[in-house]
Design a protein. Structure first.
Length: 205
């Protein structure tokens, strides 16, 4: 039986999540501290703050169930590598019969200065291949985004830049950004995209 059909036919758990927060990144120790794994970092911190535990789902994603302000949410780290992120995300929305609007994707963004974040309710991928994969698999651009600014390299390859670890100074500076992004994600879970945009679409302190 096809995997997608098993997901549709299998009874849903009694405590389905109302929201899904997916942090994009690449699995494996060598990618852990890279700029491209900003989404991974945020959901990992969010899980730790909420006291959640990670479990692996079909080798497609790490999942963590949390409850924030009375709202059940599922935190996701795709294990498909960045460019195939949609393969991990689509079955989860289908499993719990959630619309794209119930999804928040957290990812790095070259076009935002380091230390800034930006929420938006949908739109194009902006050239981000992980986001584009989700758009392609969902056939929708209507999912919410939380973009983490990493800036562009002054010289050299963009690919090399995003796959390099943050410098020591950047790691120190990003600590406040991870916390600020977690606050924004929690606001989105509890209050929705408009409230989160109004409160957090500015440079992190």
């Amino acid at each position: 039986m096809f995997a997608w059909l098993r997901d549709v036919l299998r009874p849903a758990p009694a405590d389905p999540p109302a929201k899904i927060v997916c942090g994009l990144g690449n699995p494996g120790h060598s990618y852990m501290n890279t700029r491209h794994n900003a989404g991974y970092r945020v959901v990992a911190r969010l899980a730790a703050q909420a006291g959640g535990k990670w479990v692996q789902h079909r080798r497609l994603a790490n999942l963590c169930r949390v409850e924030i302000d009375g709202v059940r949410a599922l935190l996701v780290q795709p294990l498909t590598f960045m460019n195939l992120s949609g393969r991990a995300v689509k079955p989860l929305l289908r499993r719990w019969h959630l619309s794209p609007e119930a999804l928040l994707v957290i990812h790095d963004d070259l076009d935002l200065p380091p230390g800034s974040i930006r929420l938006r309710p949908g739109g194009s991928s902006g050239g981000h291949k992980g986001v584009q994969s989700i758009i392609d698999h969902l056939n929708s651009t209507a999912f919410c985004r939380l973009r983490i600014g990493i800036g562009r390299p002054q010289d050299g390859s963009v690919v090399d830049y995003v796959l390099m670890p943050f410098t020591r100074k950047e790691r120190q500076d990003m600590e406040a950004v991870w916390d600020y992004a977690c606050d924004a994600a929690r606001c989105w879970i509890a209050e929705g995209i408009e409230a989160a945009m109004n409160r957090f679409n500015r440079r992190a302190p």
